[in-house]
Design a protein around this ligand. Structure first.
Ligand code: HEC
Length: 166
């Protein structure tokens, strides 16, 4: 015999499942996607370092900004990733940046020599939005790089993290 409690419980569970299926992707999924792009989908670490603190991994690369201290909003971060920053070595990851007015309303011709380089690995807006959330939640919100934050990002055995161990 089905008790009232079982009926209520199963409908509660069913309700949960249905909500989970219909809801748009939670921010957590976007952060995880952004993290995967950071780790494998782009070369951000060459200039910003794996920990995003602006200490570049490639000594020949320009020193990137410390993303742990950024004051930009998610929207602004995404824009800088897609459009780069004119007059600096921060590349544009949108392959079509400056071919039309999509970036800061400017074309390459209007920017003259100030147009930033176009990155070799193109990223979409979805990539850039994921990276922006990852930067805010996994880098900026965590403050200066710690051993724990490093192993969460790069794995417990990463050589890079050994230097942060207390
Ligand atoms: C070739 C080196 C290089 C690469 C590769 C690079 N950056 Fe940068 N990035 C820079 C430099 C240099 C700056 C600082 C520009 C300035 O002086 O304002 C910067 C600035 C930024 C900023 C602005 C931060 C702020 O608070 O103003 C963001 C966001 C950023 N980079 C994200 C990324 C991400 C994400 C990637 C990978 C998809 C990436 N960068 C790849 C060099 C690089």
């Amino acid at each position: 015999m089905t008790s009232l409690r079982t009926v209520l419980l199963s409908s509660a569970l069913f309700g949960l499942g249905a909500t989970a299926m219909l809801a748009p992707p939670a921010a957590g999924q976007d952060v995880a996607f952004g993290k995967s792009v950071w780790l494998t989908g782009a070369n951000c670490a060459d200039c910003h370092g794996w920990m995003g603190d602006g200490v570049q991994e490639d000594p020949r690369a320009p020193r990137g900004a410390n993303l742990r201290e950024t004051n930009l909003t998610a929207e602004q971060l995404s824009e800088v990733i897609l459009c780069g920053r004119p007059g600096t070595e921060m590349p544009a990851f949108d392959a079509r940046a400056y071919t039309d007015a999509r970036c800061y309303g400017m074309t390459r011709a209007q920017l003259g020599g100030q147009a930033p380089p176009i990155a070799q690995t193109p990223l979409t807006k979805r990539h850039a939005d994921g990276l922006a959330l990852f930067i805010l939640q996994e880098l900026k919100a965590r403050g200066a790089p710690s051993f724990q934050n490093c192993t969460e990002l790069l794995g417990a055995t990463a050589d890079k993290c050994a230097t942060l161990r207390r």
